[in-house]
Write a protein that binds this ligand. Sequence first.
Ligand SMILES: *Cc1c(COP(=O)(O)O)cnc(C)c1O
Length: 454
Amino acid sequence: MTDSVKYLLDESRIPKAWYNLQADLPKPLPPVLHPGTHKPVGPDDLAPLFPMALIQQEVTTEREVEIPGPVRDVYRQWRVTPLFRARRLEKALQTPARIYYKYEGVSPAGSHKPNTAVAQAFYNKEAGVKRLSTETGAGQWGSSLAFAGALFGLEVQVFMVRVSYDQKPYRRALMETYGARCTPSPSKETASGRAILAQRADHPGSLGIAISEAVEVAAQRDDTKYALGSVLNHVLLHQTVIGLEAIEQMALADDSPDVIVGCTGGGSNFAGIVFPFLGQQLRGGKKMRIVAIEPAACPSLTRGTYAYDFGDTGHLTPLTKMHTLGSTFTPPGFHAGGLRYHGMAPMVSHLKELGLIEARAYHQTKVFEAGVTFARAEGIVPAPEANHAVKGAIDEAIRCREEGRSQAILFNLCGHGHFDMQAYIDYFGGKLKDLDYDEGELAMALAGLPAVAA
Ligand SMILES: *Cc1c(COP(=O)(O)O)cnc(C)c1O
């Protein structure tokens, strides 16, 4: 039997609560600090940007947070997502490893991002908000929030990183189809955007800059709040539906992972698959290896400093302790636009510091090679970001072959690549370069870290 096997659950098995890793952490997260006073922020400091329900989810240490009925109703459209045993890939690799992947590309926007977009739109609607502003890199988050905004009757404005805006016109068209307004960033619409354009008129943009623009717009208007697609605790919380479902599906397969792999941009899809399993481990369950894969051109976990930093380039956000390349760092314009963020989720950074997860960085040509191997075996064309997880899983499977060990490897296939085919065209045309970040720029960005007393 060499065909891939699909583990499905019916929609009654959609989790009723998200899982909160903060309940099981061996050491609590460092506090979020006010950028002016360097004192821990309170809920009121965040109220101009987020509805109170999400602010509470940011800090709660309750193990379970109930998923509201209307959010579960929307999830039913594509959840429970399938979990596959990749038997054809195993055969192609001639590995004794058992490779499983959870596939989040079945959502309307094509990635895991609607898991939190729908929840965030719901809580904002409940709080009487009329408009949401946000940033997007590759366009996955912008299209997910545009979708969720359409469902809940919210206006959505998306600041899209300029290089992706130019590279991915179909993502922009998708956002507009859902009714959102998409603005290339840096833009002239905000003071933060204008400041960047004054320095460099052809600036390619970065997530850090786009975040500043979106935060600025939200801070200025009472009817507008800001939505972030990754990094924050409440975003990671919403993504845990992935791992909660995977726990049940691995049980259906009568197996359990020895290694879990995910790609990390801001850390949300990684957290989504990992945290529920890690919670079991922390409560005395099976010990696993957990591996985060990031791009070598934007390596926050493997090369960044663990320090307090701003979430954005314009320094409008609070300070969070995380692995960071510095908030002014602009990574080169490689193809996995969703992984071009200077920081890493504080929760994922904390786990790295505690030695509970490993991290590796790969260059993009090897990552695309892995994605093509995967597509030819399994039929699904992964998003460029997801190719990092695919490459990580394939390397683990090859290690198993070399060591003659039969381990179970689970990875998150966080999205499909149907809007990213230009990247594949470039790969096949030999045009993908293994870009390195500029060491001088990194040193400068790190020298600019805010001075926070330990
Ligand atoms: C946004 C995105 C990422 C990166 O964000 P995370 O928060 O690290 O998950 C990765 N893959 C896909 C498909 C994305 O859309």
